[in-house]
Ligand binder design. Structure first.
Ligand SMILES: *Cc1c(COP(=O)(O)O)cnc(C)c1O
Length: 415
């Protein structure tokens, strides 16, 4: 053990990390030298390419995954008095975005193996106030979308996929050899939300997106992102009231410019826009997405072979309906090691493994406790939290590093 520690004393392998190459940098520099740093041509180009990749009709990019979630919930009209169902094993933003609008998150327990929302427990939590289900594709492993869609349809609920972990993942309702649908196609949902934070599959520094096939949602998202303002003439509602003069006598070659100054603010929006600098990075990153996902899956395969049948922890599973994009490699300690999690985690950190824990169940956060959420309400999620450790998983991880991680992980348990 001491040999391994000494050899790598100064090295710290994080659990996730961006991959930026020369082309990414060049694309960003080009925008810096151009006329538009924001609201220029790179935004629609990124949106078109993102929608094209995922197979959805529209993409609306935002300045974070969190603001994208806020936009998605706003677009479907979530508000005061409404409830929405989600998973407690997620980043707080999934639930917070509903709180912004005055809606109440209702947490449904998770599956012990995937960490995804347990579809069999959803219906018990549906009330007259429920409007929406927000499943989270935890660690990049898709939820069983057929089951969620079926429940939502029977109870007339919206579905927003939190796919912040799952860009590049695929879902199939049959078997692995059967018709795969990309996460983000919205084949089973009203909207799908992505994040471009540096630990996610592709990055724009900070950034996010909402994908949808619904034109009304699309229009609302675009306005919400930019103060609730529109410049689209076909949407104006107040132009004639405001201008009781007419265009008579104005030369015909001026007509197309007569109201160039005019815009309308029709709802209370935010400034949630992404910059063109970021969009250029996103476009360049998107070209590499498939390679990134392949790399993540190859790393998962090396881990799987190295850790198969070990007696210390369970490794991630991949269900028949899932092609995971492995945002995380989440191991779960066996019951007999659960009480040693703190020590195991600390020992891993001590020897340079940048392990992390995903996640503290959202409702156990002090803010949620103040709102009245109680511990014990999702026992599987709490158990999952006490067992889970995320090992390093990112496309830039070298073969040598993977070997080091495997050695060090086993060292911690063997000593
Ligand atoms: C990262 C993440 C978010 C929020 O995205 P940001 O871009 O960091 O705002 C939301 N949900 C999940 C599951 C995430 O992992």
């Amino acid at each position: 053990m001491s040999k391994i520690i000494n050899k790598n004393r100064l090295k710290f392998i994080p659990y996730g990390r961006q991959y930026i190459d020369k082309e990414d940098i060049q694309e960003v520099v080009k925008v810096l030298k151009s006329d538009f740093l924001t609201q220029g041509p790179k935004i629609p180009e990124f949106e078109e390419k993102l929608a094209g990749y995922c197979g959805s009709r529209y993409a609306v990019v935002f300045n974070s995954g969190t603001s994208a979630l806020h936009g998605a919930y706003f677009a479907l009209g979530l508000g005061k008095g409404d409830e929405f169902i989600t998973s407690p094993i997620t980043f707080v933003a999934t639930a917070n975005a509903g709180l912004y609008l005055g809606a109440k998150p209702v947490f449904v327990d998770v599956e012990s193996d995937t960490g995804n929302i347990d579809a069999s427990k959803i219906e018990k939590k549906i009330t007259k106030r429920t409007r929406l289900i927000t499943p989270v594709h935890y660690a990049g492993h898709p939820v069983d979308l057929d089951r969620i869609r079926d429940i939502a349809t029977r109870h007339k609920l919206f579905v927003v996929e939190d796919a912040c972990h799952a860009l590049g993942a695929k879902y199939s309702h049959q078997s692995k050899t059967n018709n795969w649908t990309k996460i983000g196609s919205c084949s089973h949902s009203d909207m799908t939300v992505l994040s471009f934070h540096p630990v996610k599959h592709i990055t724009t520094g900070e950034g996010g997106a909402v994908l949808t096939t619904n034109k009304d949602f699309y229009k609302k998202l675009v306005m919400f992102r930019s103060h609730g303002i529109t410049k689209d003439k076909t949407l104006f509602t107040n132009y004639d009231n405001l201008h009781n003069y007419n265009n008579y006598g104005i030369h015909s070659n001026l007509i197309s410019h007569v109201d160039d100054w005019y815009y309308e603010m029709q709802s209370l929006g935010y400034n949630y826009r992404m910059t063109d600098i970021q969009a250029a990075l996103g476009i360049s990153q998107l070209r590499k997405l498939d390679t990134f996902v392949e790399k993540r899956r190859a790393i998962a395969d090396v881990y799987r072979k190295a850790f198969l049948n070990n007696t210390y922890f369970d490794i991630p599973t991949e269900k028949d309906y899932a092609y995971s994009s492995y945002h995380l490699y989440a191991i779960r300690l066996k019951d007999k090691y659960k009480n040693r999690k703190k020590e195991i985690f600390a020992r891993m950190r001590k020897i340079g493994l940048g392990v992390q824990v995903h996640y503290i169940p959202v409702y156990l956060q002090p803010y949620y406790r103040e709102l009245g959420y109680k511990n014990g309400s999702c026992p599987v999620a709490e158990d999952f939290y006490h067992k889970e450790i995320s090992l390093p998983m990112f496309p830039g991880l070298k073969h040598k590093d993977i070997k080091t991680v495997i050695e060090k992980v086993l060292t911690v348990f063997n000593s």
